[in-house]
Ligand binder design. Structure first.
Ligand SMILES: *Cc1c(COP(=O)(O)O)cnc(C)c1O
Length: 368
């Protein structure tokens, strides 16, 4: 028998969510963001699952793109932050990647004679990033047009760069900051004879800003079946969480009132209590900061965490459940126990919980 701790990833849920993205933005193309190992779900498997269901993929860096290409993924892949050093440009060209150009160094590296002499396999499809208010990456809106012209003139970029920006607070529905960002993005004036495609929306924008869908939408979190919005929303109900983090009860004991559970003895039984031990801990990506009371599902019924999360185990108070046996299934998050609810207990968001899951936790892809 093997350790029962696994992340089950539903391929049909991933495809379903990608199709929702397509339905929400029917005249746009969908770029699925699979950075950080597809938010912890497993990038190569997720990319293969989405082939034919999305129009392109996006990653954070060259290493992530190389991994996808080596696994046989031949869809377009955008490097969301571009290259970190000029030498990466020829690899990007070799692997037929799309590159973000967001700062002057990246621009001059692309326009530099050396790059030309190093023999690019082909001109790079560039995505020019405009800083409309996130203030992290990108050119000022009044500089963007000149950047596009310079890239065009370089001969190393394709003739039609894509202009894109990123929202800082699209999660706040109707937020003024997002409207201001959109207005600035719209203010970028480009030469009429050189039309460009545009892109602005992450998952939250895709859900709530149809006027900002433009030519490309770039959902990440939504593809995995999660909503970045604080409130339920008409378009989020149909999403299907792709990951179920599961394990099973491995030990059971009865505590008397006054006895404590776990490191530091931080949790004390106030009555005769049944404690179920589950072999999943912070070494598997279940956060150590999850406080007592955080729910898990034992046989589909809620039971609260009791005592500290260890590296390899947690302990649940199953006193209220009718019957608990060794081997009973435990779900830490999944379709029936929302990731965002666990994240709220922990004081983080669902993005961080799945993204931090280590390689130790097997990702099991299922067709269901
Ligand atoms: C990560 C990322 C996204 C996806 O954001 P979600 O909130 O996961 O949809 C889109 N665009 C850029 C530039 C990103 O870095």
């Amino acid at each position: 028998m093997s350790r029962p701790t696994q992340a089950i990833i539903s391929r049909s849920a991933l495809r379903h969510n990608a199709n929702i993205a397509k339905t929400l933005a029917p005249t746009s193309r969908v770029m699925a963001v699979v950075k950080a190992n597809a938010y912890g779900h497993g990038a190569t498997e997720v990319a293969a699952t989405l082939a034919g269901h999305v129009d392109a993929l996006a990653v954070a860096c060259l290493e992530e793109a190389v991994q996808l290409r080596e696994s046989g993924i031949d869809q377009p892949i955008l490097l969301l932050e571009g290259v970190f050093e000029p030498a990466e440009l020829s690899v990007a060209s070799e692997l037929d990647l799309w590159v973000t150009v967001e700062n002057e160094l990246q621009l001059s590296a692309l326009c530099h004679q050396d790059a030309r002499e190093n023999g690019f396999r082909q001109a790079l499809q560039c995505w020019v990033k405009v800083d409309t208010g996130m203030h992290r990456l990108g050119f000022a809106p009044d500089r963007a047009s000149a950047v596009c012209e310079q890239l065009r003139a370089s001969g190393l970029s394709t003739d039609h760069p894509v202009l894109f920006t990123h929202f800082a607070d699209a999660e706040t529905i109707g937020g003024e900051a997002t409207q201001a960002q959109l207005a600035l993005f719209g203010s970028v004036e480009l030469a009429a004879e050189h039309p460009v495609e545009r892109s602005a929306c992450n998952s939250a924008g895709l859900l709530t800003l149809p006027q900002a869908h433009f030519d490309w939408v770039r959902p990440g979190y939504l593809i995995y079946g999660n909503s970045p919005l604080d409130e339920p929303h008409e378009h989020t109900r149909a999403l299907k969480p792709a990951m179920t983090l599961r394990s099973a009860v491995s030990s059971l004991r009865t505590l008397l009132a006054g006895q404590t559970v776990g490191y530091g003895g931080t949790w004390r039984a106030t009555r005769t209590t049944t404690i179920a031990t589950v072999p999943i801990g912070y070494g598997d990506g279940y956060p150590r900061s999850a406080p007592a009371g955080t729910p898990a599902l034992v046989n589909g019924q809620r039971a609260p965490l009791a005592g500290r999360v260890s590296m390899d185990m947690i302990t649940l108070d199953v006193t209220e459940l009718a019957h608990t046996a060794l081997g009973d299934e435990v779900v830490l998050w999944g379709p029936d126990l929302p990731l965002h609810e666990i994240a709220a207990h922990v004081g983080t968001n669902g993005y961080e919980l799945t993204t931090r899951m280590p390689a130790r936790t097997p990702r099991i892809f299922v067709d269901d």
